[in-house]
Design a protein around this ligand. Sequence first.
Ligand code: SF4
Length: 205
Amino acid sequence: MSYKESTTPPDGYDVGRENMLDFKIDEQFEMLEQSDAKNFILTTVDEVFNWAKLSSIWPVTFGLACCAIEMIAASATRYDIDRFGAGAFRATPRQADLMIVSGTVTAKMARRLKLIYDQMPEPKWVMAMGSCAIGGGPYFKYGYHVVKGVDYMVPVDIYVPGCPPRPEVLLEGLMRLQDKIRGRQGKMVTPKWVQDYAKKIPYQK
Ligand code: SF4
């Protein structure tokens, strides 16, 4: 049975959705149809290694405050972080690839956090999840005990904004990390409601 391209999208199909993906479904189907005589794969060892890395990003079990609840939700059935191969939260940094700093980093905790990071084997990545980890969050002004950004201690690869960020945002950050491992820049799509909202902010032209 061959694939036949439909000229009219089915009811309820969001045409803009396809543009949000970084590949074109129709183009890929066409390539499949024409692939009778060309079904071989050409790649590099680096690409295979990168594919293996980005498909098995194991995070270290590590949560500091309220953002950790959202991280836990992302690994539960509704959001299922396992789809990305990143659901195996490790109880030891020695078996982990990713540190998701989810919560408020206090000065007291900072040295422990650095110790855990140092114990992780290379290659390793860090995700700053939530306003607290990114820059101190609600404790920025008066929180004398809070570190104003985890990037003072460890190199951060991905910043996931929000207070707290929802699990979808964490998954988005994970996909951008996969892009980074792949060696390509992620395609950021700003949803229309965000653009509309931005226009209402007075200092935005
Ligand atoms: S960013 Fe907000 S939700 Fe996350 S740890 Fe800080 S106060 Fe809690």
